[in-house]
Structures are given as structure tokens and as C-alpha cells.
Design a protein around this ligand. Structure first.
Ligand code: PXG
Length: 466
């Protein structure tokens, strides 16, 4: 099929995720046909450096034959069987064992799901169930954060803190509250008109959590859920003071900690889990994405001993599970993915070499007049776009972030925009030379954005640029 034919059928039948259906119909989709390493290719013959690893997931890069072989072999052997009704199969057992070995020592069990959203649905049911079994049925409230992303199912949306998502398709799941996010550049640079130190802001955010716990009543609060570094919210790296202060609050009131590792897990921050980087020792860890490098859909919840022992010893049947929990082909691919990440030393390379290398080159972008802050940790990074005239953020309605994103695409780089925050999260197998290319293309897109700032911004910018 030709590109226009595919675009016509796409418009006629395909409702895309997180998409304004009407405007996409008018503009037409970019069609991605194939990929290798850190590059994707579209149907117009363009090659783009994928600075987002698909959607934060292709950690091992594209075109890994070992993963293809693992899937093929498992499909021949046993394409599907469930693990309900006292059955199991080798790939799921072996993956469970491997995950528990890689995770912090007190996490020794895993519940499999098909996605990160299902993992967070599982979390919600598990934490409430845990406290009920402990004779504390009132401990039902879960505290999350504004601008958090925890998925798109009803529980995922409710746990997340995305206001536009909350506004659609409600009502949401009851007894979920949100506190402020540790987003220093966006919300903490100034306090009462005066510049504020990052660490003071981090402690303020932890204090807001404590205030919310006291408002709800500590006897009613089951868990706090958060990403180590917020991904979809804008690659928000919390101040160093934040996590230690949050942990102290949770311990004080005996509240479970759920660390959503869907983006940070499997090497993104230079450790197997973001929880290790920040020394969080969570009770529950939802995972997905990088677990299979996105080659097949699979997620899960790693469960700490405290919760697992209660569910196992005191719980009886837990009425929860999915047709594809522990799917054998997905599990076989995930297992091979973990084996390759280990065998190739990918996580160590992110920590010791690629992360520091990116940090140096990324930080230098702060010299650009459009960049108010350049931050990174491991292989996640963000640029805050600001008005060169004032050094302050643009009016969001100007769509400067969208313009910059479109110019990145036009220049051969996939970089995301979240408002006026530009995001990267490339495959973990990226080389130093490819990081150099990413930086050059980002720099060129910033220059082009600056040059275009005077132009009127239109809804169909992408079409006019591509
Ligand atoms: N938790 C986190 C931290 C995520 O980033 C999910 C849960 C849900 O996972 P599933 O597999 O159900 O999608 C995610 C997903 C974006 C974007 O725009 C990010 C995600 C999904 C869709 C879009 O950055 N993250």
C-alpha cells in the first residue's frame, strides 16, 4: 500500500491513543515502517534517531534477533497457556525468578500483567486487600501526586494526577488524593517572590505529603505511589532532599510505598531500578515497558515480603488476574531481554559511561538562549524552554514546545514535548557517537525554533514541516 492509501485507511478506521481524532484526520499520520538500533524509518524514506526509545520502552534498541528467536521458539513450543487453576509454565516461572534476583533483596514475588496500567490496577487492589487482611480495613486512601502518570485504565487515570485525563470519562476511583509534585523548575524556583533552593522545595513537597496524611487521618491512608523520576509528566528529577524526606514521613505513619518503575526500571537511571538509585526499598514496584524492551506487551508488580507474606499466609484466594498474566511468549521475550541486558553490561554502561557522557553534553545546551534548564539522570533528560527576552516560561498557548518537537522530527530526531519541556529517553544501547548526533540535532532544532518564534503558529504545523 502507498503512504496516501495507508493514511486514508488510518483516518477512516483507526482511533489512535491520546489523539485529537479530528485534527489527526486532517493532517495524516506519519507511518513508521521499520527500525534498527536507535533509528526508525518512515514510509517517506526518512530515518530518524529515536530519542524516546519508542515510548520509553525499547531499552535494548530495535532489531534484536535474539528476541525474535526467543518469541519464535516459544510460539512453537507453547504459544499460550494460562497460570490460573494451579497451572504454570517454564517461561513465567523463570522470568519471575530472574526478576526477583535483579530486584532489591526484600522483593521476592511478582504478579504478572499485560501492561503498566494493569500493574497499577493490581497495586490498588493489593494495597487495599493487604490492609483489610491486617485488620485495618479503613486504610484505603492512596496518595499520589499532581501531574503523575500511572496509566490509562480507570484505576490508572485515578492514581495518575493528569488534570485533562481526570476531566474525561469519570467518575474516578474514590479515595485517591494528590499532593504537589517535586518539580522545582516549574513550581519551586521561587517562594513568596524569593528564589528558593531545590532542597528546601523538596522538603516542602514532603511536608505537603505529611499534611495530606494528617488531613485524611493516618489510620485511613494505605499507600503513597510515585515514580522515582516522573517520565510523562516532563522528566522531572526531584531535588536530592525529596526522597529521604518522603521516606521518613511514610515510615512515621506506617504507609506502604509503591514505586512505579514502568519507565525508570531496567536501566533507565543507571541502576536496574530507580528505587535502587534513590534507595527507596518500596513495598510494591509496578513494572512494564523496558521489561521486554517493548517487543511484546508485558508488565507486573514486584511485591515485597511484608505484603506478599500477608497475601500468601492470610489471604486465601485473591480474586484478580488477566488472561495474559505471565503470557508464555511475552515472558520468554522478557527473560531473554533481561539476559541480554545483563550479559552486555548495559545497565552498568548507562551508570558509568553513557549517563555521565550525556549529562555533560546535555548540560551544555543550557547555553542556548531558549533553554532555562537542562537536566538529566542516566538516560532520561529534559530541556525547559524559556523566552530569551525574559528568561521566563512562554505562554503555553503559543505552543513553542510543539513547534520545537515538529522541527526535531523534520531534522531527523524524535524528541517529545510535554508543554514547553523537551524530553529524551533514548534506547540504552545508544553509543557516544549517536549521543553526539542527538545533541547536534537537538541544538539545530532549538536554533530553528528560535528563528521561527516570530511566525504565527498553526495547528497543522507538523504537516507543513514534514
Ligand atoms: N506508569 C508509568 C510511570 C508510565 O509511564 C504507565 C504506568 C502505564 O503503562 P501502560 O503499559 O499501560 O501504558 C506508564 C505509561 C507519554 C506516555 O506520553 C507515557 C506512558 C504511556 C503513554 C504515553 O509519555 N507511560
Amino acid at each position: 500500500m502507498t503512504t496516501p492509501e495507508l493514511q486514508r485507511l488510518d483516518r477512516a478506521h483507526y482511533l489512535h491513543p491520546f489523539t485529537d481524532f479530528k485534527s489527526l484526520g486532517e493532517e495524516g499520520s506519519r507511518i513508521i515502517e521499520r527500525a534498527e538500533g536507535v533509528y526508525i524509518h518512515d514510509s517517506d524514506g526518512n530515518r530518524l534517531l529515536d530519542g524516546m526509545a519508542g515510548l520509553w520502552c525499547v531499552n535494548l534498541g530495535y532489531g534484536r534477533e535474539e528476541l525474535v528467536a526467543a518469541a519464535t521458539e516459544q510460539m512453537r513450543q507453547l504459544p499460550y497457556y494460562n497460570s490460573f487453576f494451579k497451572t504454570t509454565h517454564p517461561p513465567a516461572v523463570r522470568l519471575a525468578e530472574r526478576l526477583c534476583r535483579l530486584a532489591p533483596a526484600h522483593l521476592n514475588h511478582v504478579f504478572f500483567t499485560g501492561s503498566g496500567s494493569e500493574a497499577n490496577d493490581t497495586v490498588l487492589r493489593m494495597v487495599r486487600r493487604y490492609w483489610a487482611l491486617k485488620g485495618r480495613p479503613d486504610k484505603q486512601w492512596v496518595i499520589s501526586r499532581e501531574n503523575a502518570y500511572h496509566g490509562s485504565t480507570v484505576a490508572g487515570v485515578s492514581l495518575g494526577g493528569m488534570a485533562p485525563m481526570h476531566a474525561q470519562g469519570g467518575p474516578l476511583v474514590p479515595k485517591i488524593a494528590h499532593v504537589r509534585q517535586p518539580y522545582w523548575f516549574g513550581e519551586g524556583r521561587f517562594k513568596e517572590g524569593r528564589p528558593q533552593h531545590r532542597d528546601a522545595f523538596g522538603r516542602d513537597c514532603a511536608a505537603a505529603l505529611e499534611a495530606k496524611i494528617l488531613e485524611l487521618g493516618e489510620e485511613n491512608v494505605a499507600a503513597f505511589i510515585a515514580e522515582p523520576v516522573q517520565g510523562a509528566g516532563g522528566a522531572i528529577i526531584p531535588p536530592e532532599s525529596y526522597w529521604p524526606a518522603v521516606k521518613a514521613v511514610l515510615e512515621k505513619y506506617d504507609i506502604l510505598l509503591v514505586v512505579d518503575e514502568v519507565i525508570c526500571g531496567f536501566g533507565r537511571l543507571g541502576e536496574w531500578f530507580g528505587s535502587v538509585h534513590y534507595d527507596l526499598a518500596p513495598d510494591l514496584m509496578p513494572i512494564a515497558k523496558g521489561l521486554s524492551s517493548g517487543y511484546l506487551p508485558i508488565g507486573g508488580v514486584l511485591v515485597g515480603d511484608r505484603v506478599a507474606e500477608t497475601l500468601i499466609d492470610e489471604g486465601g484466594e485473591f480474586f484478580h488476574g488477566f488472561t495474559y498474566s505471565g503470557h508464555p511468549v511475552c515472558a520468554a521475550v522478557a527473560l531473554k531481554n533481561l539476559e541480554l541486558l545483563e550479559a552486555e553490561g548495559v545497565v552498568d554502561r548507562v551508570r558509568n559511561d553513557l549517563g555521565p557522557y550525556l549529562a555533560g553534553r546535555w548540560k551544555a545546551l543550557e547555553a542556548h538562549p531558549l533553554v532555562g534548564e537542562a537536566r538529566s539522570l542516566g538516560l532520561i533528560g529534559a530541556l525547559e524552554l524559556v523566552d530569551p527576552a525574559s528568561g521566563e516560561r512562554f505562554d503555553e498557548s503559543l505552543g513553542v514546545g510543539t513547534l520545537c518537537r515538529d522541527l526535531c522530527f523534520a531534522g531527523g530526531l524524535v524528541m517529545r514535548s510535554v508543554g514547553d519541556t523537551m524530553i529524551i529517553s533514548p534506547p540504552l544501547v545508544i553509543t557516544r557517537a549517536e549521543i553526539d548526533e542527538l545533541i547536534e540535532k537537538a541544538q539545530a532544532a532549538l536554533d530553528d525554533t528560535l528563528a521561527r518564534l516570530g511566525d504565527p503558529i498553526t495547528d497543522n504545523q507538523e504537516e507543513s514541516l514534514s
